[in-house]
Design a protein around this ligand. Structure first.
Ligand code: FAD
Length: 427
């Protein structure tokens, strides 16, 4: 095993972890993309911190009893131990290098931590193309670019897969007779990209993006310099910006049915919005909830006709047309209220509910870019037909780009066009 890391079995846990002064433990699995994303960070940090803190790896599938005893139910899970006691946060999922460093630093005196930070050497990586965002658009661009023998790095602030990974079922992506679970479809796409030779930097922090010189910094120490850049950073749910939303986000207010629907088994839910994602996600939530109230500002729904037909036929669903939410209140665990205004009469009323889902559109993920990119009136990137933005050599693909329909197929199409254009220019 590379780096200053020791792979151990459950039988060694007492000796190698509990009896030692300072230890970090990574429970990993095979065929686990977030484990692979962590492995490079774990190895590189073991070379920095490894003389002061023991770095241990345990194969979770081969040491299930130990994992269960320690309440480790997913991979990767990183635990910190000091003098035989668990300390600090338990890290899981797409673990950032900075989170790992925070946990390691907390076990050391501040001056020692600062001394170790000073040992981190900057790295410069040169590549043909860097793709920012590993959703369907970025992964498709990656596949085409790698197949054209261009060195391609896909950089994602989360794990690759993009929005599809959190979508419960995808039934309209061609090539599959049965509807696919979103996370499987995105797994196929990222593995296809990897198989074709795309390199990944996953669950990383991105800074200092300079589109004119085509460089960016990953995790504070690696500068990637490229000949071309593809921006495929997608979009994120638009907040309502009303009182109570920020305070109760994640504590009763959710933006992801796939992630949180399961917590509302036999409960009452309010859904805000009447477009495609709102109605489709309400249909999904209807599997769990006993009652759904949809609040929509217009007098008709904006969703596609098939979804509309299904929602009108769903007896659990009640739609309040021409109403807007004005405030969220919380009375207790799973006990909330939405203050709504009747847009016709101006009258306000309170709807008591167990939880709220907000689906009112998206905003493009462009905060990391500070160059003069041309945007449309809604803040999405303008491109020409080849997907090139106003900055030469900088392309945009997928939901981050101006377009009428944002779907996996249209994202894949953009990624294809950008990649073929780049391939023709660079080969
Ligand atoms: C609830 C829901 C259900 C949907 N269902 C369907 C469906 O059934 N069929 C369909 O065709 N479409 C569906 N869509 C739409 C589809 O998911 C999107 O159109 C598609 O994912 C867009 O792909 P993308 O690659 O442009 O962006 P995304 O999938 O959003 O991927 C963008 C990626 O960029 C990363 N990123 C963000 N910021 C940065 C940064 N600064 N640096 C690096 N990386 C960054 C993100 O982590 C993410 O991985 C659905 C959307 C939603 C919200």
């Amino acid at each position: 095993m590379a780096g200053k890391i020791k792979e151990i079995q459950a039988a060694d846990f007492e000796k190698e972890v509990l009896a030692k002064d300072k230890v970090v433990v990574d429970f990993y699995s095979t065929e686990c993309p977030p484990c692979e994303a962590l492995a490079a960070k774990y190895e590189s940090l073991s070379n920095i911190y490894g003389d002061d803190i023991s770095f241990v790896k345990i194969f979770r599938q081969g040491n299930r009893d130990l994992a269960a005893q320690l309440d480790v139910s997913g991979s990767p899970t990183v635990l910190f131990y000091q003098n035989g006691e668990r300390t600090g946060k338990t890290l899981t999922g797409g673990i950032l290098r900075s989170e790992l460093m925070e946990g390691l630093d907390a076990m050391l005196p501040a001056d020692k931590a600062a001394e170790l930070h000073g040992k981190i050497e900057p790295v410069v990586t040169n590549t043909d193309v860097v793709v920012l965002g590993g959703g369907p658009a970025g992964l498709t661009a990656g596949i085409y670019l790698a197949q054209a023998h261009l060195n391609t790095i896909v950089v994602d602030t989360a794990l690759p897969g993009g929005y599809v990974a959190t979508t419960h079922q995808v039934s309209n992506y061609p090539g599959f007779i049965e509807a696919q679970q979103g996370f499987m479809l995105s797994h196929f796409m990222s593995e296809q990209a990897r198989e074709n030779g795309v390199e990944f930097r996953s669950a990383v922090e991105v800074s200092k993006v300079d589109l004119n010189s085509k460089s960016l910094v990953v995790d504070g120490f690696e500068t990637i310099e490229a000949k071309k850049i593809v921006i495929a950073t997608g979009s994120r749910p638009r907040p309502l910006n009303i009182p109570g939303e920020k305070e109760f986000a994640g504590q009763g207010i959710s933006y992801c049915a796939t992630c949180d629907g399961k917590y509302f088994e036999d409960k009452e839910i309010v859904v805000i919005g009447g477009g495609n994602s709102s109605i489709e996600e309400s249909l999904f939530l209807s599997k769990f909830a006993k009652k759904i109230t949809i609040i929509h500002q217009f007098e008709t729904l904006q969703a596609n006709k098939v979804a509309q037909k299904k929602i009108f036929a769903d007896e659990k669903v009640n739609i309040m047309f021409e109403h807007e939410p004005r405030e969220f209140k919380k009375y207790g665990n799973m006990d909330m209220a939405v203050v709504v205004e009747n847009l016709k009469t101006g009258e306000k009323s309170e709807i008591r509910t167990n939880g709220v889902f907000v689906f009112v559109g998206f905003i493009p993920n462009l905060e990391v870019f500070h160059d003069n990119l041309e945007l449309d009136q809604w803040g999405y990137l303008e491109t020409d037909e080849t997907m090139e933005t106003n900055i030469p050599g900088v392309f945009a693909a997928g939901d981050v780009r101006t377009k009428q329909y944002r779907q996996i197929t249209t994202a894949v199409s953009d990624g294809t066009i950008a990649a073929i254009t780049i391939s023709k220019e660079l080969t």
